[in-house]
Design a binder for this molecule. Sequence first.
Ligand SMILES: Cc1ncc(COP(=O)(O)O)c(C=O)c1O
Length: 442
Amino acid sequence: MGANRFLDPGSASARLFEEARRFIPGGTSKANFDVRPHPFYFVSGHGCRVLDADGVERLDALNNFTALIHGHAFEPVTRRVSEQLARGTAFAASTPEEIALARLLVDRVPGVEQIRFGNSGTEAVMMAIKAARAFTGRDRIAKFEGAYHGYYDDVQVSFNSGPGNWGSPEEPASVPSSGGVPKHRVLETLVLPWNDTEATERLLTRFRNEVAAVLVDPLANRMGFIPPAPGFLDHLRRVTRSLGILVIFDEVISFRVSYGGAQERYGGEPDLTAFGKIIGGGFPVGATGGRADVMAVFDPTTDGPRIASGGTFSANPVSMTAGLATLAALDRDGFARLEAMGARLRAGLGAVLATSGVPGVVMGDTSLFRFVMTADAPRTYRDTVEPVAGRRLSRLFMHMLDAGVLIGANGLGCLSTPMGDREIDEIVEAAGRALHALRREA
Ligand SMILES: Cc1ncc(COP(=O)(O)O)c(C=O)c1O
């Protein structure tokens, strides 16, 4: 029998779900596992292993949606956080831990001269957008089709559009990707086609006096990790500079790709950057950093357009301490090791896919990977939206779970530092078994 015991009607997960759905819509506050007839529940995690409520341990190749770069219960984090818990968890003023994490990020990330903390990636993107608006005096935001940036109204646009509503490839329609977003907010967001230099320049030029910033995830997960085409980010930077439009990088996931983040690896010279996930070391966090003159909009002591901001738990010393312990344990050699492991993993997965008879490719860079179950590597978000490929991906996810490896239901996966060659082989072997099972279903 495989590992998917949670699917049994009498499983602990089934019982938890029955209880959970009385109090929580759908039985979960987590968004991404739409598993029928019920989701699974986790009870603990150590290193790169996670235990579900039915006593099944799996290799965790998702790491809380890429947020845990050292896996679960990383000793330097648990030790430093325990010490911090004894000293207090939240105060009405800043702490030295906040300053230390700010300094570390400013030192590491090329485009960050000043930084300010919040509690989630969504909040970080929101702060960056507000900063861009206050600084430029313009209202509209541009984003790329297929890219997910959290659940602030302005960006819940065109990350899951489809052939029925997405408009022309050169001028993608602005489509709501969620209920609850006011129509005028959706229409205010300008949607751009990724890696299409000419169309992007044309659209930005047309709306030159209205657009405050272009939001860019240089390695966008929901888009299928399609990397920036050579010269695309440089061109975007030249065009935006000439039009007085700011560039915001969303590095909530892609900060993971190197010591200095995605901007160090791919270039692009953003004015502002949104962070989240790994910089909190497993605790809730978000941060917005960038050029000092733009970040000055958050400074209550200066004149000019100011943003009223600040959250009750922003920069709490627990998240700051966990983030510090996490990043301090990741030097350039640590990133190089993750990068080499990721290359080995993607090569291994590519090889099993090629011999499996199942159409599919593996995308990603450094410690990030993603299955896209189309015959050829996608060049645009639209290439990834194929109903058959989507169904294949859902089945692959379930078979991977059954083979003992957790990835995202959308094919997303990532590595953590407790993994080594043995775990890479384990993921590749599990994928081989999962693809075999998938092939037999066809
Ligand atoms: C690229 C990107 N931006 C923003 C967010 C939102 O972050 P959070 O879930 O912490 O609000 C996410 C979340 O997955 C993300 O992947």
